[in-house]
Design a protein around this ligand. Structure first.
Ligand code: EPU
Length: 420
C-alpha cells in the first residue's frame, strides 16, 4: 500500500503551485453529462482517483469517455439509451455516486442507485434529495441498500425549500429539474463555487436556470441540451491546502489557477494568524508570518469557512503561539486527523463539535495513518513541520482528491517521497 515519507521540519517553502480543477465540481459535471445527447468536453480536469471512479460509473451506464491525461481534458458521448442501475461496487468508495440519481431520474424518469451509506465523516443521509424528488412527483423505495426511484409521468416542476443547505442535494435537484416539465423553484440552495460551475455548465448547454435571490433559483425545463465545452473551476480546497503549507513553514508561495474570491473567509483567517496575502488575477501570493497567531473560528456553508478546509488550518494552529478553538458545524466526525496530529506531539482536545488546540513550539515525527481525504493533507502538514522522519500510511484516501501532491510539494522544497 502506498505511503508518504516526509522529512521535517521543512525549510520555508518557496516557488509556485498550479492548482488543479476542483474535484467536487468535476464530479457533478461528469454526472450531469448523462443529461446530454450531444458530446460534452471538459478541460482542466483533475485526474484524481474519484474522477476515475465516476468515469467508471458513467461507462457502466453506457457513456463513452475519451480521456487525454496530458492535456487534462475528456470528452463524453452518450448513447440515446442509457442504463439506469448504479451498483454498490461503484459507489462504496465515493460518496459522489449519489449524484447519478438526479440526472438519471431527469433523463430516464427512473433509476436504481446503491446508497453510499455512512463514511468516515459521519452518517451522510440523502433524505433532503429524496424529499425534493418526491415533491416533483417521484416515488421511491429503499430496499437492500438501494434506492429505487421513478416518476412514471416524468418529473414536474414544483417549489422545494431545502430544510438544510446541502451541496450534492442542490446539484441533484438542479440536474433532475433541467429536463423536467414546467417551472421548478429551489430555495435555500448551496451556493458553493462548484454549484455555480454546474449551473454555468448547464446554462451553456441551453438549460434555463435563473437566480431569483442569493439562495433561490428558478429552472424552466427544456427538451434537450446541446453540446458543451467547459473548463472546470480551480479547486479552492487544494489551493487552501497549499496556502497552509506556506503558513506552516513560514514560506512564500504563488498559488496559481484559483479565483481568490472563492477563499474570502479563509484568506481573512490566514491574515488573522499573521500571513501576508496578495490576491491578483486568478492567483494568490502568500507569505507566512514569523509567528503563527492563534484564532477562533467555526465552519459553515459557503461563503463561510469551508468544513473541508478546517483540518488543514488545524495543523497550522498546532504550532501557533497560543490556544485556538474550532467549532465544526457541518459533519459530526470531522476531527479524524486529531489522534494523528497528537501522535506528532500536537496538543488538541476534542469536546463534542469543538477542538481546542494549544500551540506547541515544535512537533516531532511519527508514523501516522490517514483515514479520510482532507485529514490526509492535514497529517502531511503536521509531518512537514515535525522534526524527523515521518510516515503517512493509507494515503489512498488523499489521492482520491489531490492530484500528485508529492510532486507539487517536492517542487516547492518539501522533502517527501511516495513509496509502495
Ligand atoms: N444532510 C442531511 N440530509 C441530506 C443531505 C445532507 O441531513 O439529505 C446534512 C449532512 O449530514 C451534513 C450537511 O447536511 O451535516 C451538509 O452535507 P452536504 O449534503 O452539503 O454534503 P455532501 O453534499 O455530501 C459535499 C462535498 C464534501 C463537502 C460537503 C460540505 C462533494 C462530492 N462532496 O458533500 O466534500 O465536505 O459538501 O461542503 O461535493 C471532500 O471533498 O472531502 C468532501 C467531503
Amino acid at each position: 500500500m502506498e505511503k508518504f515519507i516526509i522529512y521535517g521540519p521543512s525549510k520555508r517553502v518557496n516557488g509556485e503551485v498550479y492548482i488543479s480543477g476542483a474535484k467536487n465540481s468535476v464530479l457533478g459535471l461528469l454526472a450531469s453529462s448523462l443529461l446530454f445527447e450531444e458530446p460534452v468536453v471538459l478541460s482542466n480536469v483533475p485526474f484524481v482517483k474519484d474522477v476515475f471512479t465516476m468515469i467508471k460509473l458513467l461507462k457502466s451506464l453506457g457513456s463513452k469517455v475519451q480521456i487525454n491525461k496530458k492535456k487534462n481534458f475528456l470528452k463524453i458521448y452518450n448513447k440515446k439509451k442509457l442504463k439506469s442501475f448504479v451498483s454498490y461496487d461503484l459507489v462504496k468508495t465515493m460518496r459522489a455516486g449519489v449524484l447519478a440519481m438526479g440526472p438519471l431520474l431527469g433523463k430516464l424518469n427512473k433509476c436504481k442507485v446503491a446508497l453510499s451509506g455512512g463514511c468516515a465523516l459521519g452518517v451522510r443521509p440523502i433524505n433532503f434529495h429524496l424529499k425534493g424528488f418526491s415533491k416533483m412527483g417521484a416515488k421511491y423505495k429503499l430496499n437492500k441498500g438501494y434506492v429505487n426511484i421513478s416518476a412514471r409521468r416524468g418529473l414536474k416542476g414544483k417549489v422545494y425549500n431545502f430544510p438544510k443547505i446541502t451541496v450534492t442535494g442542490t446539484s441533484n435537484l438542479i440536474m433532475s429539474a433541467v429536463l423536467s416539465k414546467g417551472k421548478t423553484i429551489l430555495k435555500n440552495i448551496a451556493i458553493e463555487p462548484e454549484i455555480i460551475d454546474l449551473i454555468n455548465f448547464l446554462k451553456k448547454g441551453g438549460a434555463k436556470i435563473y437566480f431569483l435571490k442569493k439562495r433561490t433559483i428558478k429552472i424552466i425545463g427544456v427538451k434537450s441540451l446541446k453540446s458543451v465545452n467547459h473548463s472546470v473551476v480551480g479547486d479552492r480546497i487544494e489551493a487552501f491546502s497549499y496556502l497552509c503549507v506556506a503558513a506552516i513553514t513560514k514560506g512564500k508561495l504563488h498559488v496559481r489557477n484559483i479565483d481568490p474570491k472563492f477563499l474570502k473567509k479563509e484568506i481573512q483567517i490566514l491574515k488573522k494568524i499573521g500571513c501576508k496575502i496578495n490576491s491578483i488575477n486568478n492567483s494568490i501570493i502568500i507569505e507566512g508570518g514569523k509567528q503563527i497567531k492563534p484564532v477562533n473560528l467555526k465552519t459553515s456553508a459557503y461563503p463561510g469557512f469551508a468544513t473541508d478546509n478546517m483540518p488543514m488550518l488545524m495543523s497550522v494552529l498546532c504550532i501557533a503561539n497560543g490556544r485556538s478553538q474550532i467549532k465544526e458545524t457541518i459533519f459530526e466526525n470531522r476531527f479524524m486527523a486529531v489522534p494523528e496530529l497528537n501522535r506528532l506531539s500536537a496538543s488538541i482536545e476534542v469536546k463534542n463539535n469543538k477542538a481546542y488546540i494549544s500551540g506547541k513550539k515544535q512537533l516531532y515525527a511519527a508514523q501516522c495513518i490517514s483515514s479520510d481525504l482532507r485529514s490526509t493533507f492535514s497529517i502531511i502538514l503536521g509531518c512537514i513541520s515535525a522534526k524527523g522522519k515521518s510516515q503517512v500510511d493509507r494515503i489512498y484516501h488523499g489521492l482520491r482528491g489531490y492530484f500528485e501532491p508529492e510532486n507539487k510539494l517536492k517542487k516547492i522544497g518539501i522533502k517527501i517521497k511516495k513509496i509502495n
